[in-house]
Design a protein around this ligand. Structure first.
Ligand SMILES: *Cc1c(COP(=O)(O)O)cnc(C)c1O
Length: 467
């Protein structure tokens, strides 16, 4: 398996060569040269596999430059059931009728990002060891991504993590989760500013090519291909749990922000997994919902990106969307480049002539939800089923209900557990979300965090002294 760029300007490369990179050399995104096809017979054989075994089978189709025995060990380590709470690592939790949750948030940070990040941590360490190389991850986070990355990379040899977070702007739970890590290779820096200030510092340091090279700077953001590939696994897992025959279809609803999660669903469907619909759910930041409804893609400015009660979906420029559009335009890199040039020039592009293709050939539909919907969905779901859901998952459940079809299981991806976003749970339910037992003492643990001004020079100096 080789990887090409969506912009057409990269020689095909094996997995390990694209693993540590952010953008492809031509500014595009790396994508598999073709999608491996899975037969009904293979699906049947996969029914008895554990999650780790299934992950090995699927990832080995995308990673052929790591020996099978080693890749198996990496998947066993990433998907060791001891790292995940509950009896089933990825349970299917029935709601009402044909609707159920796919429980992706049982990992160390209680959000679905653990599912991919745990594998990324393993494969990073492995490839760096093989190449006798090191990497310094610099990132900015307002919550979920940073903590998932830190829990996946803590204690890893050859990796340092420098994670900028906005001082005083994360929830007490999120702070305790990140700042209680005492590993020497994890550096939490609370920046006196907002998330955008953190992001700007990361961009400034990353665009300084000398610094980038001398520091062996890397990222673990959502365009990382290994994360996408690892996410493909749970669509297969969910389908296998929700069906008992190979011709049965399942629909998935995905609370979406950067289009990473649902892109993996698209890839699973292209691989032949019998998926009826991919239902994209947004919050008030509905740029993607608008695209799938009208065919027009019009990202918004930072000022028009609202802060909502499903904050991990407050995104207006979905970084992975380019990979899907590449498939949509028939993998024509020239066409794709023209669309992105138009985006830069005019702020939008119009693919409304492809609307029927989006729905019929690719199975995509979309819907949106707002704060009142979330509160209502959280309360109603609890009342009807006894299951407490987080605000992001609530966006999904709300939209999923609009696309239910008789006899077709609808799996809503549970992207976080409610304990992470307890303020909104309290608003909906009148009381805070229960904290899983093993995390009840999190708030009492000592915290290790450096508070700094939003000053690039200061942060650069700290990094240079601490690698
Ligand atoms: C990251 C995240 C999302 C959005 O996922 P994308 O892959 O960016 O579309 C949704 N919900 C939660 C809780 C998240 O952390």
């Amino acid at each position: 398996m080789k990887y090409i760029s969506t912009r057409g300007g990269m020689q095909p490369q094996p997995f390990s060569d694209i693993l540590l990179e952010g953008l492809a050399t031509d500014g595009g995104l790396a994508i598999a040269q073709q999608y491996p096809q899975i037969s009904a017979e293979t699906l049947k054989q996969w029914r008895q596999l554990s999650y780790a075994e299934l992950a090995f089978e699927i990832l080995s189709l995308y990673i052929d430059d790591i020996p099978a025995a080693d890749l198996r060990a990496l998947t066993q380590a990433a998907y060791n059931p001891d790292l995940y709470v509950g009896e089933a690592m990825v349970p299917v939790k029935p709601l009402q009728g044909d609707m159920a949750l796919l429980g992706l948030s049982q990992g160390p940070t209680l959000a679905f990002k653990d599912m991919a990040m745990q594998f990324l941590g393993q494969v990073f360490e492995y490839v760096l060891e093989k190449r006798d190389s090191r990497i310094n991850i610099l990132g900015a986070t307002s919550g979920d991504t940073g903590s998932a990355a830190e829990y996946a990379l803590r204690g890893k040899k050859r990796v340092n993590v420098f994670m900028l977070s906005p001082y005083g702007r994360m929830s007490a739970f999120q702070r305790a989760q990140m700042y209680s890590l005492q590993d020497d290779n994890i550096h939490n820096i609370a920046v006196k500013g907002v998330f955008d200030d953190c992001q700007d510092i990361v961009k400034q340091l990353g665009s300084d090519l000398d610094f980038k090279q001398s520091m062996q700077l890397g990222a673990v953001n959502s365009i990382n291909w290994a994360r996408i590939a690892a996410q493909v696994v749970y669509y297969f897992w969910g389908w296998l749990r929700a069906t008992d025959s190979e011709n049965q279809k399942v629909s998935f609803t995905v609370p979406s922000g950067n289009f990473g999660n649902i892109l993996a669903g698209h890839i699973a469907r292209q691989m032949g997994l019998p998926i009826q619909r991919l239902v994209l759910a947004t919050n008030e930041n509905n740029v993607l919902e608008e695209f799938f409804r009208t065919g027009i893609y019009r990202p918004r400015s930072a000022e028009k990106t609202y802060a909502t009660s499903s904050p991990s979906m407050d995104i207006s420029r979905a970084s992975n969307f380019e990979r899907f559009v590449f498939d949509l335009v028939g993998r024509d890199a020239t066409k794709l480049k023209a669309l992105w040039a138009q985006l830069a020039d005019q702020g939008y592009f119009d693919l409304s002539d492809l609307l029927p293709v989006l729905q019929e050939q690719y199975g995509f539909v979309a819907g949106q939800s707002d704060h009142a919907d979330r509160l209502n969905t959280i309360a109603q779901t609890y009342k009807a089923t006894g299951v407490l859901i987080d605000p992001h998952t609530a966006d999904g459940v709300k939209v999923a209900a609009e696309y239910l079809e008789q006899g077709i299981p609808m799996l809503v991806l549970e992207t976080a557990l409610p304990a992470k976003f307890s303020e909104t749970i309290e608003e909906a339910m009148g009381e805070p979300a229960p904290v899983p037992e093993h995390l009840q003492h999190l708030n009492d643990l000592p915290q290790r965090v450096l508070v700094m001004d939003a000053d690039v020079a200061q942060i650069r100096a700290y990094m240079e002294q601490n690698v």
